[in-house]
Design a protein around this ligand. Structure first.
Ligand code: 4AD
Ligand code: MG
Length: 478
């Protein structure tokens, strides 16, 4: 058996005095031909390993270079130096993998996030990305725990689908037809009957419609999977491939939906605070150093951990879309013409508007409800005013929209009329409409963009830095 190692995170909590301890990891630094800082990914804290002078031959010592992989056996002793309570006095050092220090792209100094994006295959080996990916894991785990505790079923909705759930036409096509010479119908149109699935298909933009099928029988379900959008948005908040969590609940109205979303967000933040405090402290520190370089008015008012505590301990603000527009119209920012985009009832709020509401006006997360029907998807429940739908978006400080959801239109006639108005083919969605024919019920759900949530919890500012290998316009490396 090879894997007899103890993880460094665990070892650092143990008492000195034990013999025959085995650790494995990658060298961060090697000082004075004697002190190795070893990291194994379990924590940012490196284990100090002492290779006492004269006990190891020069050939071996020369191979202990930055990022070389080692197996070290030794005795856990009280540390002589400052910074750590214990250290490992090596009795045996084995090089598992050499690393040419001259060619290794990560030097023990500060690299820019942009540079690190170019070497995303190696950036996990930095403290910043170690922290981010441990927190990302915790948040994902907490998502499952939250819904499991509430009796929701984890439903796997298809990745390849023939529908455009959001009706926004931002889909990546999936095909095996030759693109240089596809089979054609007499009219000249591409003949998708000859395609792999016998029809035209795409990568899913959302699992919601299938989720509704599950919820209207199983009661409460959630999805957590990759979704794909071919929107050409080259921003710090958009990915072409992102992970989304979509709960869908029978017997829920809009308010139930908001209550669930708010308690869900608080739960997963709390989980990270209980399980990842060391990494959060590291990122908090990192953020405050970054922000020292910004002009005073661009800095956050709260540190990362204070912000998370504040969000967990306070109610989200709840306002209607109409109230949100009034606030914007009465703001000094509007009066001083600080907004780049127009403000009036009916607009799809731009991120500058959302951020004003959240960061300047309320200074906390805000749930905006009852949006104009013309800027929202066909499936949202129509309100009695004839103008708005039972939609809700949650806006978070520093992020903007983090959740989008709604109560669904459960009344067949209203749904069909809306689909006609929006030119959505009924025959394509016959299966969706069936749920409204056979025991329809009030139901609701939402989608949380997982990377936006990870951004919020880690305090990072670019979505490319919270997913291992980002897919964005003109970029799909690794
Ligand atoms: O608001 P959206 O488009 O809503 C839906 O897809 C619904 N079907 C959800 C539902 O009700 N079940 O997307 C939901 C969330 C957004 O609030 C945002 O957090 C995230 O998904 N999101 C993106 N995240 C990263 N990159 C993108 N391109 C995103 N587009 C949406
Ligand atoms: Mg949305």
């Amino acid at each position: 058996m090879f894997n007899k190692r103890i993880k460094i995170k665990e070892l650092l909590l143990q008492q000195a005095g034990q013999q025959g301890i085995v650790v494995m990891g990658w060298v961060r630094t090697f000082r004075n031909n004697q002190f190795i800082a070893l990291n194994d990914g379990s924590t940012n804290a490196n284990l100090q390993i002492v290779a006492s002078l004269g006990e190891f031959n020069d050939e071996l010592l020369k191979r202990i270079t930055t990022s070389a992989a080692l197996k070290v056996t030794g005795e856990l002793v009280e540390s002589q130096g400052r910074g750590q309570p214990v250290e490992l006095k090596a009795t045996e050092i084995q090089i598992l993998g050499d690393s040419d220090a001259e060619k290794y792209p990560l030097q023990p100094k500060k690299h820019s996030l942009e540079f690190l994006r170019g070497i995303a295959h190696l950036r996990f080996r930095t403290n910043t990305f170690g922290s981010i990916f441990r927190i990302r894991h915790s948040l994902a785990f907490a998502v499952h725990q939250f819904f499991h505790e509430k009796g929701f079923l984890y439903m796997h909705t298809p990745i390849i689908t023939a529908t455009d759930a959001e009706g926004a036409g931002e889909m990546f096509r999936v095909t095996t037809l030759p693109f240089d010479n596809p089979p054609r119908e007499e009219s000249g149109a591409i003949n998708f009957k000859e395609d792999f699935f016998g029809r035209s298909t795409n990568l899913t933009v959302s699992g919601q419609l299938e989720g509704e099928l599950g919820a209207t029988a199983l009661g409460e379900i959630y999805t957590f999977g990759p979704t794909f959008r071919a929107e050409n948005s080259n921003t710090t908040r958009h990915l072409a491939e992102f992970w989304m969590i979509e709960p869908e609940m029978a017997f829920h109205d809009l308010e139930d939906n908001m209550n669930l979303a708010e308690s869900f967000i608080k739960y997963i933040i709390r989980f990270a605070m209980e399980n990842n405090m060391e990494d959060l402290k590291f990122l908090d520190q990192r953020l405050s150093e970054e922000e020292k370089l910004l002009p005073a008015d661009k800095r956050s008012e709260m540190g990362l951990i204070d912000k998370l505590k504040f969000v967990v301990d306070n109610n989200f603000e709840r306002i209607t879309y109409t109230e949100a527009i009034d606030i914007l119209l009465n703001s000094s920012a509007y009066k001083k013409k600080k907004f780049q985009y127009e403000v009036k009832w009916g607009i799809d709020m731009q991120s500058e508007h959302e951020r004003y509401l959240v960061e300047k006006h309320f200074k906390k997360p805000v749930i905006v409800t009852n949006y104009p029907k013309d800027i929202k998807a066909f499936y949202m429940r129509q309100n009695d005013d004839g103008k708005t739908v039972a939609a809700m978006d949650i806006l978070a400080p520093g992020i903007g929209e983090i959740v989008g959801g709604s109560q669904r239109e459960e009344r067949l006639d209203k749904l069909v009329t809306r689909m006609k108005d929006m030119h959505i083919a009924e025959d394509e969605l016959w299966w969706y409409l069936d749920t409204r024919k056979f025991g329809t019920v009030p139901h609701a759900g939402f989608g949380l963009g997982f990377e936006r949530m990870v951004l919020f919890v880690t305090g990072m500012t670019n979505i490319r830095d919270v997913i291992a290998f980002p897919r964005t316009p003109k970029s799909a490396d690794f």
